[in-house]
Design a binder for this molecule. Structure first.
Ligand SMILES: O=P(O)(O)OC[C@@]1(O)O[C@H](CO)[C@@H](O)[C@@H]1O
Ligand SMILES: [Mn+2]
Length: 440
């Protein structure tokens, strides 16, 4: 099957161009500033060795920023991590697509590749600066964004606990309504990412439940009914056979968005729409605010320890879900590779086999959407299942706010109409999709 070309900074004036030219250097500058500001903590923890490491990391990041600014060729990774070889093979593959005189570079290669590559090079800079190896350059902003969303988190935890009290008596119609509501909360939670805002505060300040009705018209594709059919069918089948219904959530951002995902996951178990939830996070710091294992655990511990009855109730329930293994956390290295998802079966067959066990996979966020659709110049009306390019481990759904200029599965004329009335509709995060594809 032929696929369109990749989005790339080589298209001047595109969002990819703007990202590589302005947003990525801004993020790198913030990284440099963070490491610099942490100097005294490094000194305290590791002595002189910490200071030497800080200098080494800063030199690596300044060099990286310079390579980016001047559109230098992309380089092989020099660390020795489990994914190093895969990254270096990917560079060779990109090279093989070019003529002999050309080399993959920041402003010429696919946007998805170079953007992922920047985060992997940041990680390399840290890993090659021992003893800083486990320092997360984005931890501080992720934690701040959690604290800045406190009121919204309290509102959600309170709502969930009130719902939990009556859940056994809730009829099918109301259950469906509650599911729709919490799914939308999780969708709009995706507005709060720190990559699009280049690390600036982008947290949820007010209760997200109050604005759902107003926001409904901003959901451009809403396949919630299909999701409901899959989940409620699973629930009915199970009552006769005592089997499991497994939902996988491929997580995106820590902070408020993660809490909305955990709230949804809690509801799926409490309502018996699912019996097992598998979360997939990132194994290295990624796209500023993406969730790592440490963010996942930290968030649950923060809730547990909170000085608010319903917040701490949520935290302790979630802790016990993990202990009972009805919630499971995975962080396969594939999620931080530059590959499109249609390559999972080939590059990470173990992950593909794991995903095939799912009854429904929810992919959160914009980057996952870009990877699902290959980050290509698709027409707006191309069916989602076609853009998936044969990636189909299980029924799946993308839940994303639009923050990159790619969107498929729209009605004829819908994209063009939005472009003329609201030129920034694809990158403003004001619109969203809940886009489903059944097994074919
Ligand atoms: O995956 P997320 O957190 O929803 O978004 C990540 C993101 O901000 O990073 C890219 C730009 O740098 C955009 O494509 C996208 O909006
Ligand atoms: Mn993200």
């Amino acid at each position: 099957m032929s696929v369109p070309c990749s989005l790339s900074a080589r298209f001047k004036g595109s969002f990819a161009y703007f990202t590589v030219k302005d947003r990525l250097p801004q993020i790198l500058t913030k990284v440099i500033d963070t490491v610099h500001r942490t100097k005294s903590a490094f000194l305290e923890e590791y002595g002189e060795e910490g200071i030497e490491a800080e200098k080494k990391a800063l030199a690596a990041f300044s060099k990286l920023r310079n390579e980016l600014h001047t559109d230098k060729p992309l380089l092989l990774l020099m660390d020795n991590l489990p994914d190093t070889e895969l990254w270096n093979q990917y560079l060779e593959h990109q090279q093989s697509l070019l003529s002999e005189n050309d080399q993959p570079s920041w402003f010429k290669s696919p946007w998805l590749y170079v953007e992922c590559y920047m985060y992997r090079r940041i990680h390399e800079g840290i890993v090659l600066s021992p003893p800083l190896c486990s320092f997360d350059v984005f931890k501080e902003v992720k934690n701040e964004s959690f604290f800045q969303s406190q009121q919204a988190i309290i509102a959600l935890c309170t709502y969930l606990q009130e719902l939990a009290k009556k859940i056994k008596d809730v009829g099918e119609e109301q259950l469906k309504e509650e599911f729709f509501k919490l799914l939308q909360v999780s969708l709009w939670g995706n507005k709060c990412d720190l990559s699009i805002s280049a690390g600036q505060d982008n947290s949820q300040k007010s209760s997200p439940l109050a604005s759902l009705t107003d926001l409904q018209s901003c959901i451009l594709v809403n396949d919630t009914d299909h999701l409901w059919t899959v989940l409620s069918h699973g629930m009915k089948m199970r009552s006769s056979q005592a089997s499991v219904s497994r939902v996988d959530i491929v997580l995106d951002n820590a902070g408020f968005e993660l809490v909305t995902d955990l709230i949804l996951a809690d509801f799926l178990l409490a309502s018996k729409l699912a019996t097992e939830i598998h979360f997939h996070g990132k194994s290295i710091p990624w796209y500023v605010s993406d969730t790592t294992k440490s963010d996942f655990q930290w968030t649950i511990q923060q809730l547990r320890a909170a000085n608010h009855r319903w917040m701490s109730k949520c935290g302790s329930n979630w802790d016990s879900n993990l202990k009972k293994e009805v919630w499971l956390y995975h962080d396969h290295l594939f999620w931080t590779l530059p590959h499109e998802f249609c390559k999972v079966a080939q590059v990470a067959p173990d992950l593909y086999t794991e995903l095939q066990k799912s009854d429904l996979i929810l992919f959160k966020g914009d980057l996952n959407y870009r990877k699902l659709t290959g980050d290509r110049k698709w027409d707006f009306t191309v069916p989602f299942s076609q853009a998936l390019n044969r990636f189909h481990p299980a029924p799946l759904c993308s839940i994303r706010t639009l923050k990159a200029d790619i969107q498929v599965g729209l009605k004829c004329g819908q994209g063009e109409q939005l472009t003329s009335s609201e030129p920034t509709w694809m990158i403003s995060g004001q619109y969203g999709v809940i886009q489903f594809s059944a097994l074919i």
